[in-house]
Write a protein that binds this ligand. Structure first.
Ligand code: NCD
Length: 326
């Protein structure tokens, strides 16, 4: 494992499988009456959020607290960033406080990389989403969800996603979730197909390790999981499709389309969902949709990542809860 987690593309197959297996151990902690391990006691983690977030921010915080770390939450709104302070000065302030890890979400693609490689701070850097670039813990929690649902909780241990067919649908152009998933799923041996209107397919996609299709209906019967993406209006500076109705009609998932999926296939969404746009309420609320499960799995994955980056050689959860560590 590297010291930082900046991109899903930096993970080898063995790194990724180790994270997924460690997350399974961490998930067992959630089943206990006291959901806490002493592993990161005395370590300080800062959550540095320059962009809005619900699920990612809350689940990182839950993961840090379950590992007994000291947690500092920083949101750009209400901080000196709104007075014009730079990332460098913010980073040096954190360094002066002696933080061990920084979880950063930033609107600029590359901000976490800059933070990790600038020499401004000594802490481990974990990317919680940068612009349209990467969101590696999201890809890991998605792979974890797929492995559990398609292979099984115990049967999945040590396994990758070889031969599984995953379709990712929607606003690929603006999606760090799509980029991270393509990288990680490829590393894990899955076959990925992107489905989007031609205007929302990124330039250079032919160099990505995946297929591209413009036709959702013909792709659905051949997949094990379909991942719906939100149309990221906040990142759009032009009209990419005629109307919302037109978009939903061609690229939205409704009950009729869902019926085309093989029996075992699951429907995924990273959240936030825009019901009525990329997914209907009927599909979002169905048993096949794993959106809520993805959120709980996110806590286990983030615990595993923090443990592996910061926890050193201590055993993950073999120690009974509450026992003293040296
Ligand atoms: C995504 C994000 O912020 O990249 N959400 C998430 O982290 N769960 C996707 C989105 O905003 O649509």
């Amino acid at each position: 494992m590297q010291r930082h987690l900046i991109s899903a593309a930096d993970l080898t197959r063995d790194d990724a499988v180790l994270i997924l297996d460690t997350a399974e151990e961490m998930a067992r902690v959630a089943d206990r009456p006291i959901k806490k391990l002493p592993t990161l006691r005395g370590r300080t983690i800062v959550n540095l959020f320059f962009e809005d977030s619900t699920r990612t921010r809350i689940s990182f915080e839950a993961a840090e607290k379950r590992l007994s770390a000291d947690v500092i939450n920083f949101t750009a709104k209400g901080s000196s960033v709104s007075k014009g302070e730079s990332l460098k000065d913010t980073a040096q302030t954190l360094e002066a406080m002696g933080v061990d890890a920084v979880v950063i979400r930033h609107g600029a693609s590359g901000a976490p990389y800059r933070l990790a490689n600038s020499g401004w701070i000594d802490a481990a850097v974990i990317n919680a989403g940068d612009g349209t670039h990467q969101h590696p813990t999201q890809a890991l929690l998605d792979a974890f969800t797929m492995r559990r649902r398609l292979i099984g909780r115990d049967a999945g241990l040590g396994q990758d996603l070889s031969g599984r067919r995953i379709t990712v649908v929607g606003d690929v152009l603006h999606s760090r979730v799509a980029r991270s998933n393509v990288d990680l799923l490829h590393t894990l041996g899955a076959e990925v197909t992107l489905v989007a209107p031609p205007t929302l397919v990124p330039v250079g996609v032919e160099n990505w390790p995946c297929e591209v299709s413009y036709d959702l209906d013909s792709t659905l019967p051949k997949c094990d999981a379909v991942m719906m993406l939100r149309v990221q209006r906040e990142r759009m500076n032009a009209a990419f499709f005629p109307t919302e109705r037109e978009y939903s009609r061609r690229y939205g998932l409704d009950g009729d389309r869902m019926a085309r999926l093989p029996e075992h296939a699951i429907v995924m969404h990273p959240g936030p969902m825009v019901r009525g746009m990329e997914i209907t309420a009927e599909v979002a609320d169905s048993d096949r949709c794993t959106a809520v499960e993805q959120v709980s799995n996110g806590v286990s994955i983030r615990m595993a990542v923090l443990y592996l980056l910061l926890g050193g050689n201590e055993p993950a959860v073999t120690r009974p809860t509450g026992s003293e560590e040296k």
